[in-house]
Design a protein around this ligand. Sequence first.
Ligand code: GLP
Length: 234
Amino acid sequence: MNIIKAKGYDEMSKMAAAIIAAQALRKPASVFGFATGSTPVGTYRELVRLFGEGLVDFSRAVTFNLDEYAGCPASDPNSYVAFMRGNLFDKANFKASYLPDGMAPNPAAECLRYEKAITEAEGIDLQLLGIGHNGHIGFNEPDDHFAFATQHIKLTDSTIDANARFYNSRDEVPKYALSMGIGTIMNARGILMLISGADKREIAEKALHGPVTPRVPASILQMHPDVTVILAVD
Ligand code: GLP
């Protein structure tokens, strides 16, 4: 693992955008895996700036997002598709961008379709990740095994509590999501993980230096051959 310590959120975001832009410059037809959450917002802002200045072009690049809430339409501002459009897709020129369809009538079939679409795109070149306080990546919650492929997941109470800040009441927070599996993420050729905030210091320590266990899903990244982590936790 290549672990970089950034001086703060802005520096982390600029470093992350530089790595993503470099990937697009090196391989214009890259397949990117993108993430939601507050952590990558600054990275997307910086990418939009680089694109606006003409320093990077995404017209041949394709993106797949990690996850989407089940039962959440694109018209819902809390949907991940709305988040991605607002922060990045409407402001840059990606060739095509995909997320799991949270409204699919058969979530299990949608998970299979999504996994197949990633395979048909010849896999992900660079997967961007944040981390949940319980060590989840995408929506792969702590469990007794690592989920292999994209699946329909019941969110834990701690994740529902964390997401409640975006809703009027806890009852409105989605309880299920469709998420790439740990296997999908581990198949990415390169991984860029961002960890920001003093409240993430403890889970960062466990994920990066603790035992590899499905109880801390992000700990599996220790086994991946090409991971860069940018930490802004001080
Ligand atoms: C959600 C997303 C994750 C993200 C996590 C942390 O659970 N599914 O991909 O990493 O939130 O979000 P934040 O960056 O806001 O702490």
